[in-house]
Design a protein around this ligand. Structure first.
Ligand code: NAD
Length: 373
């Protein structure tokens, strides 16, 4: 698709606010998306559907057929969060997280999960790590803080292999399996992401022990040689990667890894940034379609108060613009606005420092939308 076609065709976006703070933060992300449409002359067709506990209350099902059908024909999906105490008493398989998110991701064939973990200059004290680890030379105000992207394989590996318990219940096994095409498609996503960043992929495995990891390492190395020679590649064992993420996090650009290692490492990477309300994510399937959502949950403890931080969801919109629509300048404009608003001292309660007056969710969304240019 040419850039011209890209900019003129209407993009169809399904919006799934969900539960708890979901509707509050999604409203602000939509506000920013509309500001982008106005500034850059795009046409985004938005349709809102039910998911999670809200869908259970209205229809009896956490993922109504109508919601799934709308997602299947959309160009992209923006999701808030699902779940909350009201539905916690339901059997596990009927609870919103299990009955809505897993079937949605699997029906949409989303095999690639992108989780950026970035420390924003005005928030560098929020990290639990020492300032020199987070930012290097403290006097250096340039953008050289932690800024990594975890690319996690999402539909294979041990979570999707055979799970079996012996008849006497005294032993169990779970099978980890990966095929070359499965490794190639996720590795391609990581190399392409690195080309748009600092050009470096660290592939994480356990090749000293696991055969799947040896196949992973061979396949990733071959792909780099044959298709992405300009991207630098190194390999780390997962135990070492877990150490390096807290010891020297600024060395990482793109981390590529399989499902279970990615589950663990992406949570570790998010925690070192210090602010769960700031972190977006994307789940992709390689054809442009994607599901975009903050990494946090529905935060029932603060829902309905208008104080949740909308930035994770706003940055999820930036990821949508970049990864689903190829609108790189627009994505950068959203990220720049977030940076400018933080630099001006605007904060919601979760990131405000002592003595600062926190803004409401809506006021922060207004501030980001107003700075889009
Ligand atoms: P959570 O992420 O919702 O909240 C953890 C803590 O972070 C809470 O103190 C919350 O107030 C705070 N927080 C989260 N997002 C915030 C934001 N945007 N601004 C300010 N503070 C924020 O995790 P939890 O409490 O373990 O789970 C709550 C519910 O969300 C549960 O029902 C859980 O199953 C569900 N959940 C849903 C998803 C999802 O929809 N993808 C993911 C995780 C948890």
């Amino acid at each position: 698709m040419s850039e011209n076609e890209n900019t003129v065709r209407t993009k169809s976006i399904v919006v799934l606010p969900g539960d708890g703070v979901g509707p509050e933060i999604v409203a602000e992300a939509v506000k920013v998306l509309k500001a982008v449409a106005v500034k850059f002359g795009h046409d985004f067709a938005l349709q809102t559907h039910l998911i999670g506990g809200a869908a259970i209350d209205a229809t009896g099902r956490a993922l109504p057929d109508e919601t799934l059908a709308a997602c299947q024909t959309a160009d992209a999906v923006l999701l808030g969060a699902v779940g909350g105490p009201k539905w916690d008493a339901l059997p596990a398989e009927q609870r919103p997280e299990r009955a809505a998110l897993l079937p949605l991701r699997s029906a949409l064939g989303l095999f690639c999960n992108l989780r950026p973990a970035k420390v924003w200059a005005p928030l560098k004290e929020a990290s639990p790590l020492r300032p020199e680890i987070v930012w290097g030379d403290e006097k250096d105000e340039s953008e050289n803080g932690i800024d990594m992207l975890v690319v996690r394989e999402l539909t294979g590996g041990i979570y999707f292999g055979e799970h079996r318990r012996d008849p006497d219940g005294q032993a169990a096994c779970d099978t980890m399996r990966y095929s070359v095409p499965e490794i190639e498609r996720i590795a391609r996503m990581a190399f392409k992401a690195a080309q748009g960043r600092r050009g470096r992929v660290t592939s994480v495995d356990k090749a000293n022990v696991l055969e799947t990891s040896r196949l992973w390492r061979e396949t990733v190395s071959r792909l780099q040689r044959d298709e992405f020679p300009s991207v630098a590649l190194d390999h780390l064992y997962v135990d070492n990667a877990a150490m390096q993420i807290v010891r020297a996090p600024r060395r990482f650009d793109v981390i590529l890894t399989e499902n279970m290692f990615g589950d663990i490492l992406s949570d570790e990477a998010s925690q070192i940034t210090g602010s769960i309300g700031m972190l977006p994510s994307a789940s992709l399937r390689g054809d442009g379609f994607g599901l975009y959502e903050p990494i946090h949950g529905s935060a029932p403890d603060i829902a309905g108060q208008g104080i949740a931080n909308p930035i994770a969801t706003i940055l999820s919109v930036a990821m949508m613009l970049r990864h689903s629509f190829g609108l790189v300048a627009e994505a950068a404009a959203v990220e720049r606005s977030v940076g400018a608003v933080l630099a001006d001292g605007y904060r919601t309660a979760d990131i405000a420092r002592a003595g600062e007056t926190p803004l409401s969710t809506a006021a922060l969304g207004d501030a980001v939308a107003a700075k889009i240019k």
